[in-house]
Ligand binder design. Sequence first.
Ligand code: NAD
Length: 477
Amino acid sequence: MQYHYIGNASVPTESGRTIPVLDPSDGQAFDELQRGSPQDIDLAVRSARECQDSVWSKLSAAERGRLLMRLSGSVLQHADELTAIEQRDCGKPTRQARADVLALARYFEFYAGACDKLHGETLPYQQGYSALTWREPHGVTGHIVPWNYPMQILGRSVGAALAAGNTCVVKPSEDACLSVLRVARLATEAGFPAGAFNVVTGLGHEVGEALARHPGVDHLSFTGSPGVGTLIQQAAAERHCPVTLELGGKSPQIVFADADLDAAVPAIVNAIVQNAGQTCSAGSRVLIDSLIYEPLLERLGQAFEALRVGPAAMDLDLGPLIRASQQQRVWDFLSDAQVAGIAVVAQGQIVEDAPDSGFYQAPTLLRDVPPEHRLAQEEIFGPVLCAMPFHDEDHAVQLANGTAYGLVAGLWTRDGARQLRLARRLRCGQVFINNYGAGGGVELPFGGVKSSGHGREKGFEALYGFTTLKTVAIRHG
Ligand code: NAD
């Protein structure tokens, strides 16, 4: 049985209700979570506030940094255990689960080092005055975390918030809580004071909403679907609470005829099959120069056919999807493709050892997807790559920018002038040229425009979002 983690202690929910924890590889329940209530959120927020006022705000930036560095080391020491937890809870192949653990440790390490480099400025002002700015923490920050990368998103969000001097209340997804709860306990062992790092589990519309509405929360960060992002922003607007939203994407990978296809093909495939396509920055559309459309589709098709899907512990190219409803969502998109006459170029294979009760989906490459079709517009969040041709740069940019999203774009070309020209014209938060970093880059600011959200996480930039600026003007004559 898993409990909330509040004030450095395991706490049962006052509701007395629980949620089963399923293994996506076989669909079977193997543990239970607390189905928290708004009262549990209130307890956690009060614990975070008390810690903020009594202990956390009195630590120096260097002391916060030392704690985060110790936590980073502890994550590495427990890498095997955390990998196994994540593999079973989220259905991640071993290599992916381990990569997530290493990224978590790296986030804590990065923000440990950043703590005492965050500072304000002195400003030129009127004669007889000195003016300066201080970067101050918001206070208590709320973090609503999705199920696709619980450890990585915890690291980038909570790591930066703690580094900036906030205390945290985390609401992980009901589908992926176990690693988050384990990391919170590791934080206690690393020396974090009671209330600095709290975790409340439960359903989104119960505890997630209670966290978003709680008047004691001074900043909210949310990663997930645009629909829920809207609800969070509405709840925050009621009390003028700042929000960072990361709401996914429909990111294009644009391939020109002069591209190095030997480098591009494996990167394009990985950008959509990594984590079984359940990646906000997945490269889910491939826009191909019409000069190389057929030959590139053939190469991509061969790569897709070689992909194998199976139980997480088999450590194949793809594991299962997170849950049955996500599998159904992908099936619905694929059945729409069939109705619209959209052709399948190639599919990978689900291995025979995969239990029927697991949530498996073969990676699928579709061709000539009409740009206005929902397959080309909406986030499928599964291993489905939509290919479409373009005939020149303007057409490529029009297709790339032609969705409601704007998170990441990949650009494959050897032409340096074109690289810069297009990077400027693409409406998104990150452009990768001759590489693609689905979710990668602890050091690189990350976030979107349009329906992909606003605010930036990762990198040093995240620390600005987790602080507020105070201006001080002193008249001394
Ligand atoms: P979701 O947006 O419902 O859930 C994300 C988080 O928000 C979870 O912790 C959930 O408990 C919480 N939540 C849900 N309803 C809430 C509410 N009313 N108030 C406050 N918190 C709430 O995402 P999902 O249902 O798990 O997945 C649906 C789709 O969302 C996916 O298919 C995918 O397209 C998208 N998604 C995107 C990301 C991303 O990284 N951007 C991550 C997960 C899901």
